[in-house]
Design a protein around this ligand. Structure first.
Ligand code: DON
Length: 561
């Protein structure tokens, strides 16, 4: 036996033998956990598991409870991605991303001269993609759920009726967005009202919608009364979504994108998310470097990670889009030789210039307007799910009759080659608009295995910064020996090829580190963002208990038993 262990450790170069157990600093529970953006949603997910439901039942409950408790990003009018790993090791992903309506056209956001019309893909009703969330949760339930849907939705409907208490952060967000919400929805719309911390917001219209969905199933949203009310509302507002668009919508099971990093196996979302493929490229490019020795958030570690990010995001812009519409050279992009050659021109003395990789010049802002939750159940099943309306409160269009916001996901398409979207991401033909096509995403729900066992469940909001937030959280635990909660809390940085800047969370990094990086030609940006990502993760500790990492940047909360 001893011999086998020695042999294994000789062959597994660079593998971690976690000899010292890192002290957990987040919530630790024995069996089951949900970490999400709101305590109410985490609690409902856990309640479902407590009743004997599995992680998939809990997913349905948590996703819809977020639509009630966290309308900023939780949704019925948006979409998302889910990655799962069953206790027996089987893995899969579900794509419930929004789609472009049948009447969408490639140039729909351009003027006669071919220039992008500012705001048309973000704040008009044309920005709305066909919602996928209800199709998504029902698909999960049909394939993998165990409790009746009515039982799962009951606490969610009760929450909408009882109401949700406004947190301090929520009050601030509502204040920040109120003028925009009033402009679109008028003063009488539910969230146009001034709400203060500790007030309770009740959602009776949403409760009624959910009750109909609970009774009539998925088709209520796509073909039934809800569909009719929704399409009438959308058409009044100038959207192009029709009953046919809703009826045609399907969520899609996709093969996970998996790859190895040392002795970790990382299971993530394939296109139409760029998350998994970019994560794979970055991990493979940094693998030859000894990050642990370089130190957490040291200038050298930052350089290696940034240079890999720069190269991955350049590829993202050119190659990635909806795989149902474009051919993506996934194998070639993930090939070890290709990625080795990609990093060949990097050295520690001097920053590579993004303009030397490909030209461009753009601006962007990061934010946290999507939401991610992680679940592990008492049977050992795990779920990472990220769901979004795109911007905060999506397109801001709130259908008062149904009680939910509509997304502005059309902005995730490349409206024109080389033209940045709201996250400063540039794209090309591969991500151009076409009827029924899904827009490219950065959402990166991810599950990590170590020694063939469940190790971590992780994900984040943050637009283009999602991928780099997930990357750093995994590295923080695996390379830098932080606890799950510390890994989530640790200050983050981000590079996305264009603009050619390293963005840091303000006032969290050493100025000496900045001086070193500047001397090598890196441009430092601490201005455009208060936070990068908002990670909710679960780590399986060596003794099989679960540690939650709930991001302090939001109201996020780990709950479990
Ligand atoms: O799918 C995407 O990549 C974006 N729609 C996600 C938006 C997001 O994370 C907003 N929060 N910052």
């Amino acid at each position: 036996m001893k011999k086998i262990i020695i042999l294994l450790s000789v062959f597994c170069v660079g593998c971690k033998t976690q000899s010292v157990m890192v002290k957990p600093t987040g919530l630790v529970v024995d069996k089951a956990m949900v970490v999400s953006a709101r305590e109410e949603a985490s609690k409902i997910g856990v309640e479902i598991m407590n009743k004997g439901g599995n992680a998939f039942d809990a997913m349905v409950a948590t996703e819809l409870a977020l639509a009630v408790a966290y309308p900023y990003a939780g949704n019925l009018g948006g979409g998302g991605f889910m990655v799962y790993r069953k206790a027996n090791g089987e893995t899969g992903t579900l794509d419930y991303r929004e789609k472009a309506p049948l009447a969408a056209t490639k140039d729909m956001f351009l003027d006669d001269k071919g220039n992008v019309i500012k705001g048309k893909s973000t704040t008009t009703a044309l920005a709305i993609g066909i919602p996928g969330t209800i199709a998504g949760v029902f698909e999960v339930h049909k394939k993998l759920g165990s409790l009746p849907i009515e039982e799962i939705l009951k606490p969610v409907i009760e929450l909408a009726e009882r109401g949700v208490i406004v947190t301090n952060k929520q009050e601030k967000r509502l204040n920040e967005y109120r003028n925009e919400l009033i402009k679109i929805n008028g003063v009488n719309s539910l969230l146009s009202t001034v709400f203060k911390e500790n007030d309770t917001i009740k959602y009776p219209a949403l409760a009624a919608t959910l009750r109909r969905i609970s009774k009539n199933g998925r088709d209520e949203f796509y073909k039934g009364e809800t569909a009719k009310i929704l399409v009438q509302y959308l058409q009044e507002k100038g959207a192009i979504i029709t009953m046919e668009d809703l009826a045609k919508y399907e969520a899609k099971w996709r093969t996970p994108l998996t790859f190895k990093y040392k002795d970790l196996k990382i299971i993530s979302m394939p296109p139409p998310s760029s998350g998994g493929i970019c994560l794979a490229q970055i991990f493979k490019m940094i693998a030859p470097y000894d990050l642990e020795k370089m130190g957490h958030n040291s200038s050298k570690s930052i350089q290696v990670i940034v240079e890999a990010e720069r190269r991955a995001y350049a590829d993202r812009s050119y190659f990635l889009g909806d795989p149902d519409f474009v051919k993506i050279p996934l194998k070639a992009l993930m090939a070890d030789d290709y990625l080795k050659q990609r990093m060949a021109n990097f050295n520690f003395d001097k920053a590579t210039l993004s303009s030397d990789i490909k030209e461009g010049n753009v601006n962007y802002n990061e934010s946290t307007e999507t939401t991610h939750y992680s679940i592990v159940d008492q049977f050992g099943n795990a779920i990472a799910a990220t769901t979004t309306l795109n911007a905060g409160y999506g397109s801001k269009y709130y259908c008062d009759a149904l009680g939910f916001f509509l997304n502005n996901e059309m902005d995730d398409f490349s409206t024109k080659p080389g033209e940045p979207n709201m996250f400063g991401l540039v794209g090309n033909e591969a991500n151009s608009i076409a009827p029924q096509k899904r827009m490219l995403s950065s959402m990166t729900p991810t599950i990590v295995e170590k020694n063939e066992k469940l190790f971590m469940v992780v994900g984040s909001p943050g637009g283009s910064t999602i991928i780099t937030s997930v990357l750093q959280t995994i590295l923080n635990v695996y390379e830098y020996s932080l606890s799950m909660q510390e890994a989530v809390n640790a200050p983050r940085f981000h590079h996305q090829w264009l603009p050619d800047l390293i963005t840091f969370e303000p006032n969290t990094f050493d100025t000496k580190t900045f001086d070193i990086l500047k001397s090598k030609g890196y441009k430092i940006n601490e201005k455009t963002t208060p936070v990068i990502g908002k990670v909710d993760a679960i780590l399986v500790l060596p003794n099989q208990t679960l540690e939650g990492g709930a991001d302090f940047r939001g109201d996020d909360k780990a709950v479990g038993f």
